[in-house]
Write a protein that binds this ligand. Structure first.
Ligand code: FAD
Length: 173
């Protein structure tokens, strides 16, 4: 069970650093998010400690991003279920789980070779649609890596769209 259209945006040093390109996305999602500061400000890949650290494995120390679930959201989910299914009025929460949803500035994934680093390809930034579009992302990434003729135009998915002056337009959320 989950709740749709509700989330917390955790402010981190890295998110402040890159806030400008994410602003159109933030404004579009404003009603769905509450803004807060959590553990991620101090620990993990987006944190102050990581930013200034020269530690070799600082981006791989935390491999699973599972933040503590917000008790307010859990209570709201439970209230929704009890109201919608009166027969379940007595159920209790046995286990709760939280997660991060990644996002690019335009909600479109990056499926792209990285200019300047030969042989390095990026397929990431599913922006909350990775279950659905993951197979397509993998297929296009494989075609690019194998230097096959791509079955769809890879241009909209290039990484350089954020550095070549292209205007950022937020895609479907
Ligand atoms: C609550 C929730 C609901 C969602 N609902 C939907 C939905 O309804 N439909 C939809 O299409 N999408 C949905 N998504 C989004 C979807 O789950 C993601 O877009 C997708 O899983 C992203 O895939 P990924 O491979 O890019 O990243 P991930 O699935 O995050 O995979 C990254 C993997 O890399 C591993 N890893 C991390 N660091 C390292 C390291 N240093 N070395 C080796 N491995 C490492 C991680 O453990 C992880 O297994 C939802 C996401 C959440 C959190």
């Amino acid at each position: 069970m989950t709740i749709s259209g509700k989330a917390t945006l955790e402010v981190t040093p890295q998110s402040l650093r890159y806030a400008k390109p994410f602003m159109p996305m933030f404004l579009k999602r404003l009603r769905a998010v509450q803004v807060g500061v959590g553990k991620s400000f101090f620990v993990g890949p987006e944190s102050v400690s990581s930013w200034w650290s020269a530690k070799e494995h600082r981006f791989s120390d935390i491999r699973v991003l599972d933040p503590d679930p917000d008790p307010k959201f859990i209570a709201a989910i439970l209230a929704n279920v009890r109201a919608s299914f009166p027969a379940l009025a007595d159920i209790e929460v046995d286990e709760a789980w939280g997660a991060y949803v990644d996002s690019t500035p335009d909600a479109v994934p990056v499926i792209s070779p990285i200019e300047g680093i030969g042989g390095y390809y990026l397929a990431a930034g599913c922006s909350g649609h990775g279950f659905g579009v993951g197979p397509g992302i993998g297929f296009l990434a494989a075609e690019l890596i194998a230097n096959d003729k791509p079955s769809v135009d890879p241009h909209p998915y290039r990484l350089s769209r954020w550095s070549d002056g292209t205007r950022i337009e937020v895609g479907a959320l």
